[in-house]
Ligand binder design. Structure first.
Ligand SMILES: Nc1ncnc2c1ncn2[C@@H]1O[C@H](COP(=O)(O)OP(=O)(O)O)[C@@H](O)[C@H]1O
Ligand SMILES: [Mg+2]
Length: 202
């Protein structure tokens, strides 16, 4: 197995499954955490990630197919997606369509009460204009307007920092795509503004 990338929490290995390219995501121990607690956290995130990768896919948002989940090994074997991270692909020329599509996909997740929990342009891959969402280990099920607003606000913060050159138009496209598809879009967007105001006064 070839080590592809060492993330903050996990090691990603390139491997094969039934003669197809596959990716093994293995959550590694964090030594600053108590051993048993660390084991529980890694198990729980692996379980959530596997569950939400499958759920998102079912509701029409592309994710890698999960081939196997091994809780004892804290690992998930999944389809390898060729392509690049949206983080590395976004430019002034192409951002409009991509950002609109991202907003629409997040609306689809939220419509089924799936809150991603770690939306960033590193956690969305792109291949031939098609988006694939990954890294659902902090995902949750929630109907709450507040939780969906926070999901978007966390994304906005990292988007602003990573794609300063595309602000504010890029974020506006994401919200436009989101608003066109989300069921409580108006309330959620209002809630984002409320949280931002609250943050400014503290
Ligand atoms: N299924 C996949 N196919 C191709 N590349 C992937 C896949 N899953 C992850 N990657 C690559 O590995 C990186 C880290 O994976 P990710 O699941 O986001 O782990 P982390 O929790 O460390 O952020 C991604 O940004 C992407 O570049
Ligand atoms: Mg990630």
């Amino acid at each position: 197995m070839k080590l592809l990338r060492k993330g903050a929490e996990a090691e990603l290995y390139l491997t094969e499954f039934e003669n197809k390219g596959a990716l093994l995501k293995k959550r590694v121990p964090k030594n600053y955490r108590n051993k048993e607690l660390d084991d529980e956290i890694r198990k729980s995130r692996t379980r959530l990630e596997s569950r939400f990768l499958a759920k998102a896919r079912k509701l029409g948002v592309a994710t890698p197919q999960v081939y196997d989940t091994d809780l004892e090994e804290h690992s998930i074997l999944m389809e390898f997606i060729s392509g690049t991270r949206v983080k590395d692909a976004l430019t002034k020329k192409n951002f409009e369509t991509i950002c609109t599509d991202i907003g629409e996909d997040i609306a689809r997740l939220h419509a089924y009460d799936l809150v991603h929990g770690d939306l960033t342009t590193s956690n969305i891959l792109i291949h031939n204009g098609r988006l694939t969402f990954i890294d659902f280990g902090l995902g949750s099920n929630s109907k709450k307007i507040e939780d969906k607003a926070v999901d978007l606000l966390v994304f906005k913060k990292t988007f602003e920092a990573t794609h300063a050159d595309l602000m504010p138009a890029g974020w506006e496209k994401i919200i436009a795509g989101y608003s066109a598809k989300a069921k409580d879009a108006e309330a959620i967007v209002k809630q984002i503004e409320k949280i931002e105001k609250r943050a400014r006064y503290h």
